[in-house]
Write a protein that binds this ligand. Structure first.
Ligand code: NAP
Length: 336
């Protein structure tokens, strides 16, 4: 069965995902697209040579009879409305992070999904599909490291635009780590603190950069994450898990080692699209296969909610300078 997909939001990642589905993956076909900027949607249809109808409204696209499943890749504040509409229509929906911009919004989605009686939502936390993180997860789950005690991590970007402001270091950038560590450690967060070191001269006036986020889990694992979004040199994701019996380090992306002009070096990637390209492929293939089988798996609405709760606490910690408690409600049996 071919899953007929409608894409809402044809900006950078909406176009990337549409290209993947059309040119690389199997079992899915883009039959409808929508964007608040209709011209942009038409341009993407032409550029990717899609046989897809352009809708002025995302809600109309969701209702279309020939749309089996929906990709929500529009601006974050629009996600909740589209995901709720897809659930109401009984359609599988892949939603880019964030699931909703508030924990309350995520809760509405959880309530609607439980009411619908089956999982329909997959959240775009693609790191869970990255081969390096999967190896780390396996090492932890098979107890090769003993009990995990600490995690040291870094999320670095070369630079960010003027519209990127201090809280975005949490809800746009750290959000990936917030999901990844919960999944790796099979644990929830108990508290968060944010520390601002000396500011880099490369950061514009509205963003504090770098930031250090200190998290504690309910099992007492301590996590430190450096978020440094104007590091200049490249897109660099680091993660060490320190256990009782050993340490696992996230593998570096494969790259050639050059010997040249008196130096030995390898290049560092410059953006997230290449770093997580394979993970995006695997993630979206899982969504297509799940939609075809009527069994959506991967990161759930509950995971989107948990990340939103932790993210809200981190933003509060940015403002208060204090250690902020994180309280997760009990997980409904529905999300096993
Ligand atoms: P983008 O390039 O700005 O694209 C978003 C598109 O959605 C734009 O074309 C925008 O139109 C459109 N849009 C805005 N409001 C809409 C509405 N009500 N209905 C339909 N379309 C609407 O942003 P992006 O970088 O692709 O990001 C999109 C989402 O993906 C964000 O939630 C982002 O956090 C997420 N993302 C995830 C990753 C990841 O690593 N998983 C990476 C990048 C982005 P206008 O430009 O005219 O407003």
């Amino acid at each position: 069965m071919t899953v007929r997909i409608g894409v809402i939001g044809t900006g950078m990642i909406g176009e990337e995902h549409s290209r993947r589905i059309t040119q690389q993956l199997t079992g899915g076909e883009i039959v409808a697209v929508s964007d608040v900027n209709v011209e942009q949607a038409s341009t993407v249809v032409d550029r990717l040579k899609l046989d897809a109808k352009v809708y002025e409204s995302g809600l109309e696209l969701i209702k279309a009879d020939n749309v089996d499943a929906v990709l929500v890749t529009s601006w974050g504040p629009t996600h909740e409305e589209y995901v709720l509409a897809a659930i109401a229509a009984g359609k599988s929906v892949f939603c880019e992070k964030p699931l909703a911009t508030t924990a309350e919004g995520c809760r509405h989605i959880i309530d609607a999904e439980i009411e619908a009686g089956r999982r329909l939502v997959q959240v775009g936390f693609m790191r869970r599909f990255d081969s390096g993180y999967k190896l780390m997860k396996e090492a932890i789950d098979t107890n090769r490291l003993g009990e995990p005690l600490m995690v040291h991590a870094a999320h670095r970007n070369p630079e960010v635009p003027e519209r990127y402001v201090t809280p975005m270091a949490i809800h746009d950038t750290l959000i990936h780590e917030l999901d990844t560590f919960r999944w790796l450690l099979d644990d929830d967060y108990a508290s968060a603190q944010v520390i601002f070191p000396r500011k880099t001269r490369h950061a514009h006036s509205k963003v504090e950069d770098p930031q250090m986020i200190l998290l504690e889990t309910t099992q007492g694992v301590r996590i430190d994450v450096e978020v440094f979004v104007n590091c200049q040199y490249g897109y660099d994701i680091q993660c060490d898990v320190v256990g009782e019996d050993g340490i696992a380090r996230l593998p570096e992306p494969q790259s050639l080692i050059f010997r040249q002009a008196g130096q030995r070096y390898n290049e560092i990637l410059q953006d997230w699209k290449k770093r997580f390209g394979e993970a995006f492929d695997v993630e979206l293939q899982a969504f297509i296969d799940g939609a075809a089988a009527g069994e959506i798996c991967g990161p759930s609405s509950w995971d989107g909610y948990a990340a939103a709760i932790a993210s809200d606490a981190c933003v509060k910690a940015q403002e208060s300078g204090q250690i902020e408690a994180i309280e997760m409600p009990e997980r409904p049996a529905f999300y096993g």
